[in-house]
Design a protein around this ligand. Structure first.
Ligand SMILES: Cc1cc2nc3c(=O)[nH]c(=O)nc-3n(C[C@H](O)[C@H](O)[C@H](O)COP(=O)(O)OP(=O)(O)OC[C@H]3O[C@@H](n4cnc5c(N)ncnc54)[C@H](O)[C@@H]3O)c2cc1C
Length: 512
C-alpha cells in the first residue's frame, strides 16, 4: 500500500527546499534524515546566484536577508584565483547573502514546518528498491527498522549519496588532489595589521594581504586594520579523503599554514573553521524510473559559491513536475524534462567551475600570466557581466521542445513591476503561490480565453508594465517562461500555439 507520495532522503538545503515546494504544489512529502539533530559543522558561508530571485518569488527573500550574519558584502567574488569585481556596476549580475548554511537550514526547516512537512530526524534510509508502481524504502528509525512504500523517492542525500548507488546511476568525473582550509580567527597582540592589510609577524616578517603562492601551496589573507579578525585560506595538494562532518581544528589550520609558508603564524580564537575538497562529478542521469537525484547527490562542482544555488534550483524545478504527475495532470515526458533541464544547467556550472580549477591550480609563471590576462579582461564591463551571469546561473535558458520559440522561452522571468486594477504588484509577488501564470500585458482576450480551459491549474493575470518584454508570458511555477508572444505575431497563430504550450507543460485541459 502506498503510504507517501514522495520520500525525500536528506534534510539538507536541497531536501528541505524540495519538501516546501512540494507542499506548495499540494503534495505531502515525507523527509527522512539520518542525523537526529541539525548538523552544526560549518559548511557554506553564504547563498548566492539565481536562487535569490526564486526566494523573492516565494516571498522569502526578506526573511532570509534579515537572518544574515553581517552586512551584504560588496559584490566581489573569487573566481579561480582572480576576482569578479562588480563594485563599479550599479546593477551587478551576481548577488550573495552572508547567510551561513546552519542558518539557511534553520530557515528552510522553519518554512517546511510552517507548511506542515513531516520531517523525521534520526531516521536513516538503509535500502531502496523500485518497480513500475512504487518505491520501497527500508528505514532504521529510533524505534527500530520499518518499511515505507511511496510513489517516488528523491535522493537529496549529499555527495556520498547511497540512493545514487541503489539506483545504479554512475557518477563520473574527477577528484582533485587538493585540500582547501578556510578560517576566520582573531589575531594575538603579537601580530599587527598594517594599513594595507599586510600582517607583521614576529620572527618571520611580513605576510602580504591577498594570495601568497609558494612551492607548497597557497595562503590567502583577508584582513583590515580596523578589525582583529582575519580570514585565512590555504590550498595544498593532498589526497586525504576528509569527511565533511569531521570538523577542522585550529591545530590543523596552523599545521597547514606552516607547511605552505614554512613558518608559524600565531592565531587567537577561532570564529569559523572549515575544510573542503574539490570534485567535478555529475550523475549520468538525474532520474531512474521512480528514483530521482537532486543537489550534491547529482553534482559536485570544483569551486565555491555555486553548489547551494544549483541544488536548491534543482528542487524548485523538480517539485512542480513531480506534483503534476502525482495529481495525474502531467503531460507525457514532463518528469523527464527535470533531467534534461537540470543536467544541462549542471553542465554549465561544471564548465565555469572546471575553468576555475585551471586558473587556480597553476603555480608557475605561465599560470600567473593566464590569471593576469584573465583579470585584465574582467576590467571590461561586457565580459564582467557575462561571467557574472554565468556564475549566478542567470544565463540559463532551458532547451524548449518544438522549433519556434520567442527569445524569452526557457529563460527566468524578469521581475516586472505590474499595474493592475487592484494596484501595483510585481511578477515575483504573483509567483508566491508557486502556480503557473498566464500574464497578459497587452489585453489579449483571445489568449485569456484559451487559458481558461486550464484555469484549475493556471492563474490568469492582466496587467500593464512600462517596458513590456512580450505581449503575453506563460510562466511555470519555477519562474521560467514556458511560452511568450509578441504583437507582431498574427492573432490566429498565437492562440493555437498557446494551447499547445499549455497542453505540453500543464497537461490535458479539464472538460468544461
Ligand atoms: C566547508 C564547506 C564549504 C562550503 N561552502 C559553500 C559555499 O560557500 N557555497 C555553496 O553554495 N556551497 C558550499 N558548500 C557546499 C554545500 O555545503 C553543499 O552543496 C550543500 O550542503 C548540498 O546540500 P544538499 O542538501 O544537496 O546535501 P547535504 O547538505 O549534504 O545534505 C544531505 C543530507 O542527507 C542526509 N543523509 C545522507 N544519507 C542519508 C540516508 N541514508 N538516510 C537519511 N538521510 C541521509 C545527511 O545527513 C544530510 O543531512 C560547502 C561545503 C563545505 C563542506
Amino acid at each position: 500500500m502506498i503510504e507517501a507520495d514522495v520520500i525525500i532522503v536528506g534534510a539538507g538545503p536541497t531536501g528541505l527546499m524540495l519538501a516546501a515546494e512540494l507542499r506548495l504544489a499540494g503534495v505531502r512529502p515525507l523527509v527522512l534524515e539520518r542525523l537526529p539533530q541539525r548538523r552544526d559543522t560549518p559548511k557554506a558561508g553564504g547563498l548566492g546566484g539565481q536562487i535569490l530571485q526564486l526566494l523573492r518569488c516565494r516571498g522569502l527573500l526578506e526573511r532570509f536577508e534579515a537572518a544574515c550574519t553581517g552586512p551584504v558584502p560588496a559584490p566581489r567574488f573569487p573566481f579561480g584565483g582572480v576576482h569578479l569585481d562588480f563594485t563599479q556596476l550599479a546593477d551587478p549580475p551576481m548577488h550573495a547573502l552572508p547567510l551561513p548554511q546552519q542558518q539557511l537550514e534553520q530557515l528552510l526547516g522553519e518554512r517546511a514546518d510552517e507548511l506542515g512537512v513531516d520531517i523525521r530526524r534520526g531516521h536513516e534510509v538503509i535500502g531502496v528498491s523500485q518497480d513500475d508502481a512504487a518505491v520501497t524504502v527500508d528505514v532504521r528509525g529510533p524505534d527500530g527498522p520499518y518499511r515505507v512504500i511511496a510513489r517516488y523517492l528523491v535522493g537529496c542525500d549529499g555527495a556520498r549519496s547511497r540512493v545514487r548507488d541503489w539506483a545504479g546511476i554512475p557518477f563520473p568525473g574527477t577528484t582533485y588532489p587538493e585540500v582547501n582550509r578556510l578560517a576566520q580567527v582573531t589575531l594575538p597582540e603579537t601580530v599587527s595589521v598594517r594599513g594595507n592589510g599586510d600582517l607583521d609577524v614576529p620572527g618571520f616578517g611580513t605576510i602580504r594581504a591577498g594570495f601568497t603562492r609558494t612551492g607548497q601551496g597557497l595562503l590567502g589573507v583577508g584582513s583590515s586594520p580596523a578589525s582583529k579578525v582575519v580570514s585565512l585560506y590555504t590550498i595544498e595538494d593532498e589526497t586525504t579523503e576528509y569527511d565533511d562532518d569531521t570538523p577542522m581544528t585550529v591545530t590543523e589550520l596552523q599545521d597547514s599554514i606552516r607547511r605552505v609558508l614554512g613558518a608559524d603564524l600565531p592565531v587567537g580564537e577561532p570564529i569559523r573553521l572549515s575544510r573542503f575538497t574539490f570534485k567535478a562529478r555529475q550523475a549520468e542521469r538525474y532520474r531512474d524510473g521512480r528514483i530521482l537525484l537532486a543537489g550534491d547527490a547529482a553534482h559536485l562542482f570544483p569551486a565555491t559559491g555555486v553548489a547551494l544555488n544549483a541544488g536548491m534550483l534543482d528542487a524548485v524545478n523538480l517539485a512542480w513536475k513531480l506534483a503534476a504527475d502525482i495529481h495525474g495532470q502531467a503531460p507525457a515526458g514532463l518528469l523527464d524534462t527535470y533531467h534534461d533541464e537540470r543536467h544541462f544547467a549542471g553542465t554549465r556550472t561544471m564548465l565555469h567551475t572546471r575553468a576555475q580549477v585551471a586558473l587556480r591550480r597553476g603555480h608557475d609563471p605561465a599560470a600567473d600570466a593566464l590569471r593576469e590576462v584573465f583579470q585584465e579582461l574582467l576590467a571590461d564591463e561586457q565580459p564582467l557581466r557575462r561571467m557574472g551571469a554565468l556564475v549566478a546561473g542567470t544565463d540559463i535558458r532551458y532547451p524548449m521542445p518544438g522549433s519556434h520559440h520567442h527569445a524569452l522561452a526557457g529563460t527566468f522571468t524578469p521581475n516586472l513591476t505590474l499595474h493592475t486594477d487592484q494596484g501595483i504588484t510585481s511578477v515575483a509577488e504573483l509567483m508566491h503561490p508557486a502556480r503557473p501564470i498566464l500574464l497578459d500585458l497587452a489585453d489579449r482576450p483571445d489568449l485569456r480565453r484559451t487559458t481558461r480551459d486550464w484555469q484549475d491549474r493556471v492563474d490568469i493575470h492582466t496587467a500593464k508594465t512600462d517596458q513590456r518584454p512580450a505581449d503575453v508570458l506563460l510562466i511555470r511555477p519555477d519562474a521560467h517562461i514556458a511560452w511568450a508572444a509578441t504583437l507582431d505575431e498574427p492573432d490566429d497563430t498565437a492562440a493555437p500555439a498557446l494551447r499547445e504550450a499549455l497542453s505540453g507543460w500543464f497537461g490535458t485541459p479539464r472538460i468544461r
